[in-house]
Design a protein around this ligand. Structure first.
Ligand code: GLU
Length: 281
């Protein structure tokens, strides 16, 4: 089977060294396996994504020397496909509408016995008649997955992590995650798994911060009959004080570094010094 990797940034800011690590790792793995490297723009969050950042991403990656196969896939062009996937899950009776605001969830989680980090389940047991009436009157709601019920359908799950081997996946530990946001009929978890399957991705290279949610992705793949790719989560890059890099750290953006005279080879060297050889998976 030929290897297919991808880089899937959200155009909410300029790329920084952490993004370059994900992209270069995927690119190197595809090249080593004589496979394909793809670029996907995850732009479903209309409030935070900007077309100018998409253009900047393409420019920065081209400067780094990366080439991808075919057209860039933009998630905003595929909303009907995500809605169809959501319908398939709805037909399995795996959702409930959640009307909670962020503030209500935060309050419930900070209450005594409320704080295991998962959604506290406030809307899980809401009377269906009340939920229907609230939807009819136009109240905003998200769709949450009944994760325990979903896990009962799939049974035990696992995924392959580079350098570690097979890891057992426990989606129930993440609680009832949102699969359709209040402001969009989809979510990161749904779109990312849909697209990895649709694009035939066989190896996902991304930061360690997304490893924790990988069990949800594996669960969705099993529910929807999609293959599970292998994963290679790389260590996160940090700034000098040990804080992880974020898009707000302008000094670490590829753009600022380029303007300050950095070269693509220099970027590869910095990343390899910080997180190890990015060409070996
Ligand atoms: N779009 C996600 C982000 O920019 C990454 C998705 C992924 O690689 O799975 O954080």
């Amino acid at each position: 089977m030929s290897i297919v990797t991808r880089f899937a940034p959200s155009p909410t800011g300029y790329l920084h060294l952490g993004h370059a690590a994900s992209a270069l790792t995927g690119f190197a793995a595809a090249r080593a396996g004589q496979g394909d490297f793809l670029l996907r723009i995850e732009d479903i969050d209309a409030g935070r994504c900007r077309p100018a950042f998409t253009e900047a991403i393409i420019e920065d990656l081209t400067w780094l020397g990366l080439v991808w196969r075919g057209e860039v896939r933009r998630q905003s062009d595929h909303l009907a496909d995500y809605a169809a996937a959501l319908d398939r899950l709805a037909a399995m009776d795996l959702f409930y509408p959640c009307f909670c605001t962020r503030a209500e969830i935060a309050a419930a989680m900070s209450a005594p016995h409320g704080g295991d980090g998962r959604y506290p389940g406030t809307c899980r047991t809401l009377d269906p008649a009340i939920a229907t009436a609230r939807i009819a009157q136009g109240d905003a709601y998200a769709l949450r997955l009944r994760t325990d019920r979903a896990v009962r359908r799939t049974g035990a799950l696992r995924f392959h992590e580079a350098g570690e081997g097979w890891i057992s996946a426990d989606p129930a530990a993440l609680g009832d995650v949102v699969l359709a946001r209040k402001d969009a009929l989809c979510s990161y978890h749904l779109c990312v798994t849909h697209d990895d399957a649709a694009q035939g991705v066989t190896l996902v290279t991304r930061g360690q911060d997304l490893r924790a949610v990988t069990p949800i992705h594996v669960l969705l793949q099993h529910l929807l009959g999609w293959p599970t790719p292998a994963y290679a989560h790389h260590p996160l890059l940090t700034d000098h004080s040990g804080r992880r890099l974020a898009k707000r750290d302008r000094a670490a953006t590829l753009r600022e570094m380029r303007q300050a005279g950095a070269t693509p080879a220099g970027i590869v060297k910095i990343i390899s010094c910080r997180i190890g050889d990015i060409t070996s998976l």
